[in-house]
Design a protein around this ligand. Structure first.
Ligand code: KIV
Ligand code: ZN
Length: 539
């Protein structure tokens, strides 16, 4: 057995199935590029049968990320398909453009799923697996099969189904603990049993795919790897259905940090982890909790006095990984009011943001405005600024001005000035229960895109009264846009997230809301985005 663990990232598929995480195809492409830089071996780019838009997003990723003009090996691009010809055809249509395509098909094998969801008996399940894996293999050389809810399936039935899937042409067998039910001992034993009892398994890769309902996803994944699995299915920040999937950063850093006990390697460039985490959080609107392992804001903060004392004596007293190893920079005081364009450029390149000259012009303009308000500008500020300026959806409506009055003496009132897709300026004033409510009401009166606000989160990027405030919002359109969940076979309402970062939190709130609205307007086809050059001419 080799000592290389393949990292299969499913942020764009299982991650996107988490409530509210839906992304635009441009955002998915940007995340796919980042995953490729991170060094994932396989990326599950989506579920192409969900809709023509989903198929197109996977196809774009297959073309642009699944091929490398420099001749280096690109990641495998995988598409998910239920065990049906239609789904498999759509998955193939999307991934076949990649240099290394994969089709991943699945069918449930637990008694609960077979009886209540599939309404099929064991024989019918085996028959369908053989037929669909065989069909997928007639199109594509690289086939992954998953017996859904394997964690609650009868192991002897699993050996049989997996053996038949191998005979039909499966090359990777993925074992999902779909509902996050197992314990590490059980899951490790399940993988061990599969490796020992499944006919033909020696020529296949065994993969593990765990969910975190009991908080055991990473422990179960590592137990599966110790038992012999050589592919781990993970998502950035652990996003995914319900409590989420196994998080990429936790598995990779556990293998990396405890190498002497695992004796295994991955192809991940760990220094790209922090950046990937930030991007996924920005695009999905799923905020990373401060205490999240590896990528949480406090993961490398040593606040308690006793810890600081230890850290000053030697960092290994309380630190098992260097923050730099996951791309977190320690520098606190970076730039200030008198820093020039060159200093900004150099620092951004060091942080992994090699901007083009026009982008740098914009970033420098924003930097100067920020430096007027904030004495010291840290790496975290710079990253927020770049995210706010460049990781935004293309614009339909832009914020042209905002004035708010609030407090205890009178009604909170906001006057909002927006520039619309036609270049016209629209002004509206509204009162609300607070300044954000008033601002959102004024925006609604201009944009006229009915929605419900599902989430509003605000946090300070750095310490201090002059800190940048970052706002994340999530809205659900009331126009009936739906998204298909491949496992539950139900549709749920599509949601859109947006974020904004400013020293003025009401401005940040307005920008975040507009970003989410713009995404929704483009996705529903109501408006086409205004290209930057056209916008410049209008203003
Ligand atoms: O959790 C699960 O069972 C899945 C399958 C589609 C692999 O995501
Ligand atoms: Zn899953």
């Amino acid at each position: 057995m080799d000592n290389y663990v393949r990292i299969f990232d499913t942020t764009l598929r299982d991650g996107e199935q988490s409530p509210g995480a839906s992304m635009t195809s441009t955002e998915k492409l940007e995340i796919a590029r980042t995953l490729s830089k991170l060094g994932v071996d396989i990326m599950e780019a989506g579920f192409p049968a969900a809709s023509p838009d989903d198929l197109e997003a996977v196809r774009r990723i297959a073309i642009e990320v699944g091929n490398r003009p420099d001749g280096t090996r690109p990641p495998i691009i995988c598409g998910l398909a239920r065990a049906s010809r239609l789904d498999i055809d759509k998955a193939w249509e999307a991934v076949r453009h990649a240099a290394r395509p994969r089709i991943h098909t699945f069918l449930a094998t637990s008694e609960i799923h077979m009886q209540y969801k599939l309404k099929m008996d064991r024989e019918q399940v085996v028959e369908r697996v053989v037929e669909m894996v065989g069909y997928a293999r007639s199109l594509c050389e690289d086939i992954e099969f998953s017996p859904e809810d394997a964690g609650r399936s009868d192991p002897s039935f699993l050996y049989l189904v997996l053996g038949e899937a191998i005979k039909a042409g499966a090359t990777t067998l993925n074992i999902p603990d779909t509902v996050g039910y197992t314990t590490p001992e059980e899951f490790g034993a399940l993988i061990d049993g599969i490796l020992k009892n499944t006919p033909g398994i020696d020529n296949c890769i065994v993969s593990v795919h765990c969910h975190d309902d009991l908080g055991l996803a990473t422990a179960n994944t590592l137990a599966g790897i110790r038992a012999g699995a050589r592919q781990a299915e993970v998502t950035v920040n652990g996003i995914g259905e319900r409590a989420g999937n196994t998080s990429l950063e936790e598995v990779v850093m556990a293998l990396h940090t405890r190498r002497p006990i695992f004796g295994l390697t991955t192809g991940i460039d760990t220094t790209q982890i922090a950046r990937a985490s930030k991007l996924v959080s920005n695009y999905t609107g799923i905020v990373v909790p401060p205490n999240k392992a590896i990528v949480g804001a406090n993961a490398f903060a040593h606040e308690a006095g006793i810890h600081q004392d230890g850290m000053l004596k030697h960092h290994t007293t309380y630190e098992i990984m260097r923050p730099e190893s996951v791309g977190v920079t320690r520098t606190k005081l970076v730039l200030g009011k008198h820093s020039g364009r060159h200093a900004l450029k150099t620092r951004l390149v060091e942080l992994g943001y090699p901007l083009s000259e026009p982008e740098l012009d914009k970033a420098f303009e924003r930097f100067k405005l920020l430096a007027d308000k904030k004495k010291t500008i840290t790496d975290a500020d710079l990253e927020a600024l770049v995210a706010d300026e460049f990781y935004q959806p293309r614009e339909v409506f832009t914020l042209d001005g905002l004035q708010v009055t609030c407090g205890t003496m009178g009604m909170p009132t906001a006057t909002v000035r927006l520039r619309g897709p036609d270049g016209q300026v629209h002004v509206h004033a509204a009162i609300g229960t607070g300044p954000v409510d008033a601002t959102y009401k004024a925006i609604d009166a201009i944009v006229k895109a009915p929605n419900t606000l599902q989430e509003f989160a605000i946090h300070a990027i750095t310490e201090g009264i002059d800190a940048l405030g970052e706002v994340t919002v999530r809205i659900e359109g009331t126009d009936g846009m739906r998204q298909l969940d491949p496992q539950r076979e139900v549709e749920h309402a599509r949601t859109f997230s947006g974020h904004g970062a400013e020293t003025d939190i009401i401005v940040a709130s307005a920008k975040a809301y507009l970003a989410a609205l713009n995404k929704m307007l483009i996705a529903t086809g109501q408006y086409r985005p205004v290209e930057a050059s056209a916008r410049a001419e209008m203003t």
